[in-house]
Design a protein around this ligand. Structure first.
Ligand code: PGA
Length: 262
């Protein structure tokens, strides 16, 4: 697991956006897995700004979002589809038919999950899976549990997760759907390269466990340790627990040269 620490969120977003632009230059038909949440917003806006300057081209790219609320249509303002439209898709030149988000209004959720798995396979699999992480270690809507599900599936959301999504529903946690559809752990881990972003001190504890702890279903992101090509992209606040008390070998993983101050 490679760990890269940036001085702040702004530099992190700029650097990661530049890497994505380079990846698209090298492979214009890149297949990207994308997260929602507060964490990737700066990255998405930066990609939009680069597109406006002609610095990144999504015309042949394909995207697959990690998850979506169940029971609301794609046009609902609280949907992750709407979030993505606002923060990324309206700002870049990706053709609508290359955007893939689970349909929260599907009449047969099981069939919708199977369709999504087939669509990912038909696209040739995900080249770069970008992830955020919940403070409880969830990735997508794969919450800590005794067992984790491999494939894209229907999930019941935890109260804490509904609360943290309340802003999308006018601040009312009760208005947040009780269920969602999410890529599973295997869907995520099949991504050829995984880049997990974490920023802010609220993420420091779980990042320390992801890097140094054991692999456990109680911390879904710990399964990233099994993947051959994972990069954790952190700001200094999220890296605080691994920087302050580096276990044997961990300090060498931290790219000191990524710490700019401009
Ligand atoms: P956040 O959410 O980016 O809003 O912190 C991350 C997540 O829950 O996956």
């Amino acid at each position: 697991m490679q760990v890269t620490v940036f001085h702040d969120e702004r530099i992190l977003a700029r650097t990661l956006a530049a890497h994505i632009a380079s990846a698209l230059t090298a492979k214009p038909d890149l297949v990207l897995g994308l997260p929602t949440g507060r964490t990737p917003i700066r990255l998405y806006h930066q990609l939009g700004a680069m597109h406006a300057k002609g610095q990144v081209d999504f015309s042949r790219a394909t995207t697959f979002n990690l998850d979506e609320f169940l029971g609301i249509p794609p046009g609902h303002p609280g949907s992750y589809r709407a979030f993505m439209q606002e923060h990324l898709f309206s700002r870049i030149n990706i053709p609508a038919e290359r955007i893939n988000v689970l349909n929260g209004a599907a009449t047969d959720p099981r069939a919708e999950c199977a369709r999504y798995e087939s669509a990912i396979a038909a696209a040739g699999g995900i080249d770069v899976q970008i992830l955020g992480i919940g403070t409880n270690g969830h990735i997508g809507f794969n919450e800590p549990a005794r067992e984790l599900v491999g494939a894209t599936h229907r999930v019941e959301l935890k109260t804490s997760t509904r609360r943290s999504n309340a802003a999308l529903f006018g601040g009312d946690a009760n208005a947040v759907p009780r269920e969602a559809l999410s890529m599973g752990m295997a869907t995520i881990l099949k991504g050829r390269r995984i880049v997990m972003i974490a920023t802010g001190k609220s993420k420091a504890g779980c990042i320390e466990r992801v890097v140094n702890g054991s692999i456990t279903t109680k911390l879904p992101a710990s399964f990233l340790q099994l993947h051959r090509d994972v990069e954790l992209v952190l700001d200094e606040a999220a890296a605080a627990a691994i920087s302050a008390a580096p276990p044997a070998g961990a300090k060498a993983l931290i790219h000191e040269d990524s710490k700019h101050s401009n």
